[in-house]
Design a protein around this ligand. Sequence first.
Ligand SMILES: [Zn+2]
Length: 469
Amino acid sequence: MNNRFTSMLSGLLFASLSFNAATAHAQSDNFSTQQLAQVEQIKQQALQSDLAWNLVESLTTEVGPRMPGTPGDKAAVAWAVAKFKAMGFDKVWTEPATFPKWIRYSESAAIVSPSPQPLHITALGNSISTPKAGIQAQVIEFQTLAELENAPEDAAKGKIVFINYRMNRDRDGNGYGPAVQARSRGAVVAAQKGAIGYVMRSVSTAYHRFAHTGGSHYKDGVTKIVTSAISNADADQLHRLVALGKPVTININVQAKSMGEGTSYNVIAEFTGTEFPEQHVLIGGHLDSWDLGTGALDDGAGVAITMAAAKLSVSKGQPKRSIRVVLFAAEEFGLWGAKAYVKANKNSLRNIVAAAESDFGADKIWAFDSNVHTRSLSLVSDIAAMLKSLDVEYLAKNSARGGPDLIPFRPFNIPAFGLSQDGTDYFDYHHTADDTLDKIDPEKLRQNVATYAVFTFMAANAKTRIMGK
Ligand SMILES: [Zn+2]
């Protein structure tokens, strides 16, 4: 429990005092005094709302895992449409997105010699199957993908390549980028060096025995070999055995299948603006998840936070500009929903006045930043001022990138925003069977909703629109 929130929620007197103080001092060229008072009311309302919790509980319990193209994915689309309608959004619609469909059936692995024991393994997305009995070969260990790349032509001939790179833990998740290279294309490089199989230390900061899955790719003209990840504890064990100097043989058995082109849907909902209906704030998350857990942190939380924030941000009435929530399809397989959205909405992207995606778990938002035209910076700093009491720091670098689903939007210079969550613990659970609802702290979830609701209300109702660079 967080002391700040406890004090906020316990004393009505405290809440009304801080509210008066905020309105008395607030002055802005971009917002009326009445609007700033409304922002404060929406913030307080969000800090006491269970809406996001109820949504993520419902999604992870009643739908569960939502891997693109599975019955769970289909159920999630129906769930989102029904929830948006029940929440009173003015418009609710879906837009199709296609992607290469892949299904996991089973996976197992073991050290065969010199010290027989099971390994906790998961196939990486897109992996081919092994023969029914699995593959068995000697392990050759590398510490990094670069070390493998620099190894001689046939360094791994007939062997199973093991990359033992451990990602670092940090609030902003900077360890993910360097680590994910070995997941994305490790099997390609291993095959180029003659390997018959590929296994890596999970892209993970954890000290538990869950393996982390994630997307991977093959390359035309390079032999496809099985691609997989073992838990950090198992990677430690394998490393210790290899270090003893005797040959280490392991078995990997993965049964999975590529199923051709699949189709899913971006689910989109809008509160229509009264003055500039075509202009819109775009917030959202991705509706799909990996299949191992229930996708609570990735990205049930982001779905729930942005749905709830949109709803709370219209509690004082219809917005001036539209507020659009987009729940992207098939993010985990390669941003397929986001790519389809940009293609289908190419002509209206210039009407986006602010965009942000929540896709980094459910811990507190600690930083706020923009990526907008300098003309709009005073408006941005007004928003930042209203986020201060939520413990959100204004970075003022004006180089925010938004979440992964906003990557395909970048060439269009939309005004993007970063509402950065604390990712210190995120990669303990990311893409594992342990990504479940109990990892979400309801208090922290409310702080996320309050931050998004303040941001959304202010971007939608400001006197002038926010412009991109
Ligand atoms: Zn995600």
